[in-house]
Each structure stands twice: as C-alpha cells, then as structure tokens.
Design a binder for this molecule. Structure first.
Ligand code: AMP
Ligand code: MG
Length: 435
C-alpha cells in the first residue's frame, strides 16, 4: 500500500501554496480574514492626558500630607474641555476619560476622598437659626477632603498611550479577530486590506450518486460529500461553488473538471482509487494537472491525491464520506488557511486519556473519531463507535479526531493520546505531532 506519511503529504501541500494578492473588504465583513498591509494610527489616543478614574484632578504636592481639604473649581466630564487652570490648593472634579486640566499632575479616585458634607458631624453645624444656607451649601459642595497622598501621574492616561499618530498598530499578517475589528474601528478603517480568499469548487463523482434534489432511488447513494465538503469550506470562512456530480464517464468528467480548473482550488471526491471506473487521475493528468502525490499512509483516507494546474490547486479526495472529511481536515483546511494568509493552519490539539483499548496495526496513521468528556482534571476520549469509513454518523458525532501514529501497535485504555479538536475555531501553527 505505502504512500507518503501524513506529515510529508502536508508539507508537500503547504509548500505548493501561496497567497493570492490583496483586496479591500468593508470592516463589517473583515472578521476571520488576514490583514494584507500594516495599519497605522491616524490620531493620538487618548488625544490628551485624561483621567483613568472618576475622582479629582489635583496637584500632587498639595496632598503630600493628608487629610487635606481642596477647593473644587470646576466639573469636567468626558467630552468637556477644561476651562480653568488649577492654582495651589485647588482641584477639579473629573470623570473617567475627561481631559486633565492645566496645573494638575495627578488624579485621585473618588473612593480616596470624602465630601465635606460627610465630614461634618451634626454637632459641628451652627444652630439651625444661624445657618447661612447659601454659604453652607458652597462650603459643602465646593470643597473636598483628600485622604490619601498620590504620586505625580497617578490615574492619568497619557496622551497617545493607546496609540500615536503614524505608528503601526496592526501588522500585515494579523488575523482579524473581534479585538482586531475593534482596533480597526479605532483607526476608522472602514475598508480593510486583506488577502484574497481562494475561490473553491467542489465536484462529486460516481454513477451511483443521487443528488440532493433528485427523486429518491433506493438503489442509489445520496451525494453526502458535496455538502459535507461545502460545510467544511464554509467553516474556514469561504463560500464554495458546487459543480454537482460527474458520471463515471471520461467525457462527462472531463467537462466538469475543466470547469473546476477555472477556480483557485478544486476538490474532487470519489474516483481516486485504482478501479477500472476511476477516471479522475488520468483525466486530471490529460488536462495538464501535475500530480504531486497519489496515496497517503493514513486511515481513513488512503486514496488521497494532490496536484497543481496553472491556475488551480487540485485535491482528489476519497469517495468514502468519512475519508473525504478526514482528508479535508488534514490537507485542504490547512491549505485554504495558508492561502488566506493565516499563520495558524492546523486544528488545535489537546491531550486526552483514552477510555478503551484500541487495536492498531503498524503502517498507517489512523484518525479515530472521538467524543470528549472530563474526568476530574483530565479529558477522556471515547471513540464514537463503528469506525467504518462509510459510517458518516461517526463524523456527525465526533468532537475530535484522535491520532494513532503509524508505528503504534495499539493503545491501551488509560494511555494519553493526542486529539485534534473539530469544534470551534481554535487553530495552531504546528500539527501537534509528526505522524
Ligand atoms: P470511490 O472512491 O469512487 O470508489 O468511492 C468509494 C465509496 O464512496 C463508494 O462506496 C461510493 O459510493 C462512496 N461515495 C463516493 N462519492 C460519494 C459521495 N459524493 N457521497 C457519498 N458517498 C460517496
Ligand atoms: Mg466512484
């Protein structure tokens, strides 16, 4: 049987990939894409020294010995510009994000102060008849007691602390996450330079296949691969084009393959084995596709092929639905992510404890569909049941692909294994093992 190892085949695929130039997309559609150019700040942020707290802008020398009482000369909210300059003994009430006034070199948070009203005990007030309401009000509201000394710069966010005009805030190659979208909005990047996504076509092959919209015929096999592969491509963030089903007929196949070769990436499932009706290989070669490999030492997925045409990367995926999906995960998803400019191309892996014995004959890397659960602090991996490469149910239930290295002679319950996570969007830059 033989064939390349999974790792060697992955390297062969990735080495053949390149990015496809750049395009601009609206910020609203940039999530998941990769920046094709550096993004620079177009303003200082914050635009002036601002308060990091609700409190009082003060001159720190005035509060060297505490408690001390300062006169409040102004109220400054976020969005206001201060109108006054602080003199000795003065302060300004200030809100988070508001500009610090001239003469202040620190902010003290409101929790470290006491309003004069709070400091007055009822017995310290003049008798009711002698109170001058106006002057008492002024006394209470225009002064504040500072209880804690602070150093210069305390709770002030300096001008340009988040970003300075002209500096690179996001480098080319950055994956656009929600946080990056926020940063792009900060620099008002309404249109974002990103690497172009590959255009992907999907073709199923086989006389036995029945299309989704065809009438049900009990003798036929429903075309699951077109749609499972479609969903896998969508999960990478790309909307593929389905070319339908090619019959096991060289001319029909040829016409559809020619259409597929107009795309950046062509995925063909089925017909990649060596049966007499497996016309995919000779037809691709006749159309000028240079095959890089045909056959990988893996299970499921042995008849996996990869080739390059002038415009197109071509993946020949096995017809068995599980094999086709597993091969997509190992080869196609990393390739698509590479073309998009993403540095993290491989599914994130975790370590898990195997829940039951698994037999394995050395020779091929095995990808076992597993469900994951927690056993105290460790993860437990439990195979999804029948692992036949036609049993798509195993893929529908799987949360991960457990990797059995080619040389393994079987794994006993309780041993630690590596599992590629199929859920979520976590990817990593290394495959997680050489297998
Ligand atoms: P092949 O690689 O063409 O020999 O196909 C291997 C097995 O996968 C056969 O049992 C096919 O019926 C099945 N198969 C091939 N293509 C598909 C498909 N698109 N959807 C579901 N099963 C398929
Ligand atoms: Mg076939």
């Amino acid at each position: 049987m033989g064939g390349l190892t999974v790792a060697a085949a992955q390297r062969c695929v990735i080495e053949a990939m390149k990015k496809l130039g750049m395009e601009s997309v609206p910020l609203q559609q940039a999530l998941g894409r990769v920046l094709a150019d550096d993004v620079r700040a177009n303003r200082d942020q914050p635009p002036y020294d601002v308060s990091a707290m609700d409190g009082f802008a003060i001159h720190s020398a005035d509060v060297a010995s505490v408690p001390t009482v300062l006169e409040i000369i102004e109220d400054i909210k976020a969005g206001d510009m201060p109108q006054k300059t602080l003199a000795a003994g003065q302060c300004a009430r200030i809100m988070t994000g508001a500009p610090v006034p001239q003469g202040a070199d620190a902010v003290i948070r409101v929790e470290d102060t006491k309003s004069i009203a709070e400091t007055l005990s009822p017995s310290s007030l003049p008798p009711a008849g002698e109170r001058d309401a106006a002057s008492l009000g002024e006394e209470m509201f225009n002064r504040v007691q500072i209880n804690v000394p602070v150093k210069p710069g305390n709770d002030i966010r300096e001008r340009g602390e988040s970003m300075k005009t002209g500096e690179v805030v996001l480098a080319a190659g950055t994956e656009i996450t929600p946080g990056v979208v926020g940063m792009l909005a900060m620099v008002k990047a309404a249109s974002v330079p990103v690497y172009r996504q590959p255009r992907v076509a999907i073709l199923s092959t086989g006389d036995e296949l029945e299309g989704l919209d065809d009438p049900l015929d009990a003798n036929k096999i429903p075309d699951a691969n077109s749609y499972a592969l479609m969903a896998q491509v969508q999960a990478v963030g790309i909307e593929p084009v389905l070319l339908g089903i090619a019959r096991d007929d060289p001319d029909h196949l040829r016409g559809l393959l020619q259409r597929g070769l107009q795309f950046d990436v062509l995925l063909v499932s089925g017909g990649t084995s060596v049966g007499v009706h497996d016309y995919v290989r000779p037809t691709l070669e006749a159309l000028g596709v240079q095959m890089k490999f045909w056959g990988v030492a893996m299970k499921p997925g042995h008849p996996m092929a990869f080739g390059v045409a002038p415009l197109t990367w071509v993946f020949g995926l096995p017809g068995n639905p599980v094999s086709s999906m597993v091969c997509f995960e190992q080869f196609v998803a990393p390739a698509l992510r590479c073309i998009m400019g993403l540095a993290k191309q491989h599914r994130a892996t975790v370590n898990a404890r195997l829940a039951c014995d698994i037999k394995h004959r050395p020779g091929r890397t095995d990808f076992v569909r597993v469900m994951l659960s927690k056993d105290g602090a460790t993860r437990l991996a439990m195979p999804t049941g029948n692992q036949g490469s036609g049993i798509l149910h195993s893929m529908a239930m799987a949360e991960g692909l457990m990797v059995i290295p080619a040389e393994s002679k079987g794994i006993a319950a309780g041993e630690m294994v590596t599992v590629q996570l199929l859920d979520g969007t976590a990817y990593q830059s290394e495959a997680g093992g050489e297998w």
